[in-house]
Design a protein around this ligand. Structure first.
Ligand SMILES: Cc1cc2nc3c(=O)[nH]c(=O)nc-3n(C[C@H](O)[C@H](O)[C@H](O)COP(=O)(O)OP(=O)(O)OC[C@H]3O[C@@H](n4cnc5c(N)ncnc54)[C@H](O)[C@@H]3O)c2cc1C
Length: 388
């Protein structure tokens, strides 16, 4: 089905990002595969992306960005990465642009904008968002990392885990407890502090070994008496939970959109394969069972695409609701799981071999139902919005 979401400017952006992927990420010598083996994207890739105009597109031009607050550009990056067999979250750019940047754009005061936005747009400052802790994930309001005000500093103590870009990040938005937050209003005690590379007592733990998304550095972070200047508080003290709730819909839409693009990519690889591969004297794709499978997956993916495109328009119009974003996230990531699994089956034994993109896509897909808020939590959000 023809999509009506994009204009010429997005297609031009798509073409230049595709060239960037081919030249700087995939490379003739299979650079991305090497990063997957090493478990991290080299920092220079962010600088190259910045130079190409693929970072911080929404940063105002006065601070080194393109001043283009248009989520369709972010969608293009996610789609092209997935279609090239490079997980968009594995690359780290999507987390930087779609998930972290909005906090800096919305809540930085003028001095913070001058300090951080140019580096975020150029790729010199890589960002991460740290909410999850070893003991707390879904129940965000129960985080334990504390920030006690002492004069012009906060003293931060605690630990975070599973943090994407955790090794590479220079600026980490950390959700902390600045107030006791009584049982009646436990959300009010949360604030967002920006911790910077090199602060005393801010340590990075292991780069965690994952089932998939191997090129993404996912790390544990620990904070021991880290003195963080009050100038590093994002927005108002005690407003952090509200900020997280208002920004999570964009994060969830970004994950949903990447999931649909991953499903499209899996379908394209599979169609090519089943046309070539023969069994019992005929192409695998000509068996009715294969046709039914592919027809179902194609249809479901198109329907998901239509919903995600509509959500992207709503986000651009500042109308995307938390429940629509949650619906997109749970449904599209469930779909991604179904599509990569059933496509892998059509590859037979080759589908289990990591040299085939479908095998890596299968491993990469599993986490999308967990991160960004587990799918069960998404259904809680939708259910509550229905008055249940
Ligand atoms: C690769 C990766 C990257 C990540 N990147 C980041 C990052 O950059 N920043 C960050 O802050 N976090 C990140 N996370 C953490 C991620 O967001 C959490 O893992 C996720 O929110 C789930 O939290 P949890 O792991 O503590 O699971 P838990 O909260 O312990 O949940 C375990 C299970 O219980 C279910 N459950 C919990 N509560 C309920 C309920 N009320 N009703 C029904 N079921 C429930 C969950 O759905 C889940 O299935 C990442 C995780 C991974 C694996």
């Amino acid at each position: 089905m023809r999509r009506s979401l994009f204009e010429d400017v997005h297609e031009d952006f798509r073409a230049s990002f595709r060239t960037f992927l081919e030249r700087e990420v995939i490379g003739e010598e299979g650079r991305y595969g090497e990063w997957e083996r090493r478990g991290i994207i080299p920092r220079e890739v962010f600088a190259l992306a910045g130079r190409g105009g693929f970072l911080g597109m929404a940063v105002p031009d006065a601070y080194g960005g393109a001043g283009a607050e248009d989520f369709r550009l972010n969608l293009v990056i996610g789609e092209e990465s997935q279609h090239a067999g490079v997980g968009s979250f594995s690359l780290g750019i999507t987390l930087h642009n779609d998930i972290c940047l909005p906090y800096f754009l919305r809540y930085c005061d003028e001095p913070q904008r001058r300090r951080w936005l140019p580096g975020i747009a150029s790729g010199e400052l890589i960002t991460a968002l740290a909410m999850t802790e070893p003991g707390i994930g879904s129940d965000l309001a129960a985080i334990a990392t504390s920030a006690r005000r002492e004069g012009d500093h906060y003293l931060v103590n605690g630990a975070k885990t599973f943090i994407t870009n955790g090794i590479n990040a220079d600026l980490v938005i950390v959700a902390v407890k600045t107030g006791a937050g009584g049982h009646q209003d436990r959300h009010r005690g949360i604030s967002l502090l920006v911790l910077e590379r090199g602060m005393d007592g801010f340590e990075r733990g292991r780069n965690l070994e994952k089932i998939g998304q191997h090129a993404q550095d996912t790390a544990e972070l620990s904070f021991t008496d880290v003195r963080v200047p009050v100038e590093n508080l994002l927005g108002g003290e005690g407003e952090g939970f509200l900020y997280l709730v208002s920004n999570l819909p964009q994060e969830r839409l970004s994950i949903a959109a990447s999931a649909v693009a991953a499903a499209e990519a899996a379908l394209a690889w599979t169609l090519e394969y089943v046309r070539e591969r023969k069994a019992f004297g005929q192409a695998i794709g000509s068996f009715q069972a294969s046709r039914f499978t592919l027809a179902e997956l194609h249809g479901e993916t198109q329907i998901a695409r239509a919903f995600v495109d509509r959500c992207a328009q709503a986000l651009n119009d500042a109308e995307l609701t938390p429940e629509d974003a949650a619906t997109a996230k749970w449904w599209c990531t469930d779909l991604q799981g179904r599509v990569v699994d059933r496509c892998l089956q059509l590859f037979g034994g080759y589908g289990y071999m990591l040299e085939y993109p479908i095998a890596r896509a299968f491993a990469d897909a599993r986490v999308t139902r967990i991160y960004g808020g587990a799918n069960e939590i998404m259904k809680e959000i939708v259910g509550r919005s229905m008055g249940l």
